[in-house]
Design a protein around this ligand. Structure first.
Ligand SMILES: C[S@@+](CC[C@H](N)C(=O)[O-])C[C@H]1O[C@@H](n2cnc3c(N)ncnc32)[C@H](O)[C@@H]1O
Length: 209
């Protein structure tokens, strides 16, 4: 009888789709689609980060690499971008695209949920639409501080919860929650940008730096 309530039916349908597919496979293609540029403004985002040529950057939760290629251009051939993901499907897509594009400065890294497995410290950890998916975030980012080079930063973009159903499946997180968790993990906010209408974009450094 409860199925006659329309919101319940919509929620059950969405839950079935999400549980059945996870984040992998079906939507990596969508995430990598160039039409995303219209709202995601990747060049505007990467420009704000003022990444130096030769820098080492981790794209944490790279997915199919939508931002990875923009970051790889910013670091130039002298730098390195680690495309870090827990999902082998995403890393396979990165690997194929690396070969197609001829970008030897990108290295896929198979992370564990609680460990990015970075092979060396980096100047910037960049993460788009991944923070909300992570567990034990305060512990994760506290530990990640040891993978930052002196002056290193962590840039987090994630979706604003907006609307009635927003955040129902934990698919978004409020900007204030990211900030308070990062502060609890030992960071301070250094920039709060307003580039993408639907996402917050905050940059953090170690509190003691
Ligand atoms: C919504 S997708 C975003 C992909 C990409 N950043 C983008 O904007 O197109 C989130 C990605 O984060 C990955 N992910 C989730 N938790 C992770 C973790 N603890 N460490 C590394 N990657 C993770 C997922 O496998 C998925 O590929």
């Amino acid at each position: 009888m409860f199925l006659t309530f329309p919101y319940t039916r919509v929620a059950l349908l969405l839950a079935t789709v999400l549980l059945g597919t996870g984040c992998a496979g079906w939507n990596y293609q969508d995430m990598a689609d160039p039409s995303r540029d219209v709202w995601q403004k990747p060049q505007g985002v990467v420009e704000k980060l003022a990444i130096g040529r030769g820098a080492r950057v981790a794209d944490l939760g790279s997915g199919a690499g939508y931002f990875t290629w923009h970051l790889a251009k910013a670091v130039s051939a002298r730098g390195t971008v680690y495309a870090v993901d827990t999902d082998p499907t995403a890393l396979d897509m990165i690997f194929k695209e690396m070969v197609a594009r001829g970008t030897p400065n990108v290295r896929p890294v198979h992370a564990e949920p609680h460990n990015p497995k970075l092979p060396e410290p980096v100047d910037l950890v960049f993460s788009c639409n991944t923070y909300h998916q992570m567990n034990d975030r305060v512990a994760y980012f506290r530990s990640l501080a040891s993978s930052l080079r002196p002056g290193g930063r962590v840039a987090i973009l994630d979706a604003h919860p907006r609307g009635f159903f927003s955040g129902l499946f934990g698919d978004r997180i409020a900007k204030e929650d990211v900030r308070s968790e990062m502060e609890a993990a030992g960071y301070r906010l250094v920039n709060d940008y307003d580039v993408v209408e639907s996402q917050h974009f905050q940059v953090f450094a170690k509190a003691d730096s």
